[in-house]
Design a protein around this ligand. Sequence first.
Ligand code: ADP
Ligand code: ZN
Ligand code: ZN
Length: 824
Amino acid sequence: MAERVTYFADVILPLALPNLFTYRIPHAWNGQVEQGMRVVVQFGKSRLYSAVVHRVHEKAPTYTTKYIEAVLDPVPVVTNKQLQLWDWMASYYLCARGEVLLAALPSGLRLSSETRLLRNPDFTGDTSLFDDQAFMLFEALDVRGTMSIEEVEQLLEKKTVYPVIRRLLDEQALLIHEELREKFKPKIETFVQLASEYDDEEKLRSVFDKLEKKAYKQLEVLMAYIQLSGKYAGTTKDVNKKELLRAAGEESSPAAFAALVKKNILVTEERIGSRLELGGTYDPEKPLSPAQQVAFDAIENAFETKDAVLLHGVTSSGKTEVYIKLIAEKIRKKQQVLYLLPEIALTTQIITRLQKHFGEQVLVYHSKYNENERTEVWRKVMTGEPLVVLGARSALFLPFGELGLVIIDEEHDTSYKQYDPAPRYNARETALYLAHLHLAKTLLGSATPSLESYYNAQQDKFGLVTLTERFGGIQLPEITLVDVKDEQHKKRMKSYFSQVLLDHITAALEKKEQVILFQNRRGFSQSITCNDCAYIPHCIRCDVSMTYHKAADQMRCHYCGYQAKPPVTCEACGSTDLRTKGFGTERIEEDLSIHFPAAKIMRMDLDTTRAKHAHRQLITDFEERNIDILVGTQMVTKGLDFDHVALVGILNADSMLHFPDFRAHERSYQLMAQVAGRAGRRNTQGKVIIQTYSPTHEIVQQVVQNDYHGMYVAELHKRKETHYPPFYRLIHFTLKSKDQELLHYASKMFADALTAHFGSERVLGPQPPAVSRVRDEYLDAILFKIEREASAAKIRKVIEAEIINFKANSILKKVRIVIDADPV
Ligand code: ADP
Ligand code: ZN
Ligand code: ZN
């Protein structure tokens, strides 16, 4: 007689617990529970969770196990490769698999006791097909509005209500309720075309003749259309209605335009708009330029031997176009493509371009989409059909089937790193691992690559392809340096503005061109600066400047904890004129309006973009030229492509150069080069003015000369000397407690434990961070540095063991440890 086998399932609970938990599968469900399915299990006193099955096996645990309460899925919703990715993330970023699960699964797939259900108001299906229980629930929701899972259990008088709920979800009769999140609405715009019957020259001419006699205003509009669309220049481009009206002269043209539409001479179409359309130069059928074609071929060629390629292409070189051609290849081979961008705002701008090529095969996935939409995308991707997913970092959690290519655009961008909550992952590294799991290729693109990626390219780990010219033969902007100290001596500084900058702003405004002024947000951070020679005190152990802590009247190094009293005289020139420095965008906006009372000036920074649509609104206003001068922080550097920016001013290059961070030089280069890249993207060469106390500083010089490689070589050398990435991996520990004494005691214990394993030169701190108290908790920081070659798995084992030791101590248990691997 055959024995009945008892199966067990190891599951991942959606909780920040390090372990997997084992449950017993009732015999009746033998063969029905598989890896990647969701099951309902009880955990803790009486709480139910939907957990994901990590593995099914026959090995009975030594402790008594609970039974699985219900199986939610007939087929897995999480793939084996996804589970492998989660495992890797938990291990690499030292966090719980449950934390990865929470980040990865849309909550539509994450039913829990707290979930509330509601009826889908758009449901039009046939309720007579529901079984009794489903119908009862559906009716109850109509009366009660929303119900929790618990209430559903009471209603149906049973514990395993999930299958019923699942059926209704599958029928799209139910919705999962969550905090009301704004739906992400793409911008709709009106585009204009000439009715096709007027492709016939004769007919068009007769229209001209008629209008010339009877309706001159209409003729003006039509002429403007012909000109903008380039009809006689051989290319027929789509024309944006707003642009057309502006070109035709706004006072009377709306009426004339309406008349032309009424007569069916012009036809309109509403589409998801994008700034790319506004310029009207985009044509999806246009071939690659020779330079783009060379880059494209080189990428394909490199993919023969390399899994990843870095495309180093200057701003506006047409990288996106190269991506599109690569995507087309993959889609033709019935593969899937993941296209990552660092910012949600940038996705809107690329969607239209992709849709023109790939239509419905373009999916968008990011946190602004509501959960039901995200669940839909999830299921679509899981079919394995050829498609391209455009998204911010969380898109890499989708259940790709046939992933052929991952594109990581603006790969240097720090927004790829998630700070909080765990998993504190970098989407760039994680996407590389994802591609590796799928044997897919990865293309990283940037005008200013991260040192890490460029190093990988130099080491031959990545292929390297460069695009050195802008598309359309447009020159890179011309950069002028202004020596602020010199200007001050000559009394030519008007508050923050040099005379040169003011003159150029005046000239740009006269020509009705736009201006961007950039002030680094980090300019607020306090450092001590010599007012005569601009010298800033640096740490004796690290290549970073010291941060001034006003309350303690002390300078501290944020990396190694070195402390010193502020100097009385400048170490470089002996001057006693030392000041704490930092100025912000708000002051600049104010002062600017005194110089240019007639100009429309707006500010774009964290304060002015807090409201929901503020960011998009500012960008739209700037695109539509309702703003003359935009003053902003790094927000203005991010991939924005404006048509009419003739001048970019960088007000204070020094504040970024001296930021206390080992990446300060690299970041300064990236920020300046990127913000400079906003100037003169279309038609004409732009102008950039950089104000600085240190015009001879190597980074400033490298920006002027567009010498990325020089920056790279110099920085790399320093990183090697000071034991920083890419030669060393960093893990940053923050310990937190309300009890300051206990905290310091615990931090020292933990640092000592690490030191015992790895040696004191690899463990820096503990020391309080710049902000040493947050929400009534005191903080201590420990920085761990380890050679890149060291085994990550071994390190994790040691650290995990030490954390378990730590937690086992009843006193230390009260101290929380936050782990950030590869901090940026
Ligand atoms: P990057 O991403 O390198 O900054 P983009 O891909 O945004 O550059 O291209 C810059 C501009 O040049 C865009 O307006 C784009 O439409 C245009 N462009 C690039 N390549 C082509 C091409 N092959 N044909 C027509 N226009 C192009
Ligand atoms: Zn230091
Ligand atoms: Zn000095």
